[in-house]
Design a protein around this ligand. Structure first.
Ligand SMILES: [Zn+2]
Length: 121
């Protein structure tokens, strides 16, 4: 009987011509295997959507704050700059949210993997 190349336990199991016991073989199997790619991609996409959603509602809140701080009637010149900034932030955040939503839907519905998640090389 051979001895496991990792823990020297007696074994009859060979992997790639190397004697290995069942315990070590199982351990190596587990550590070598990354989480399923599908699950990884989903996790990243869902996290992106959650993040974009949080940013969008923060921007929406900020926009409302600016609007509420202004006196009724015509906004003052500095007020209009604030509105402009807040509404640009809000538009950008909403666009990002829409993209995150599309990425997740494209993946779930049509199996399209976003470019930044495709393996390189
Ligand atoms: Zn072993």
């Amino acid at each position: 009987m051979a001895r496991c190349g990792y823990c020297a336990a007696e074994t009859e199991l060979y992997v790639s011509q190397t004697p290995i016991c069942l315990t070590c073989s199982e351990q190596r199997e587990q550590t070598r295997k990354p989480p399923p790619r599908d699950q990884q991609i989903r996790t990243v996409l869902v996290a992106g959507l959650v993040e974009a959603s949080a940013r969008s509602s923060a921007a929406s809140q900020a926009f409302n704050n600016v609007m509420n701080q202004l006196p009724s009637g015509l906004p003052r010149p500095d007020g209009s700059q604030q509105i402009h900034n807040a509404s640009a932030d809000l538009a950008a955040a909403r666009k990002e949210l829409m993209r995150a939503d599309n990425r997740l839907n494209d993946y779930l519905g049509r199996g399209i993997v976003p470019e930044n998640l495709t393996p390189t090389g």
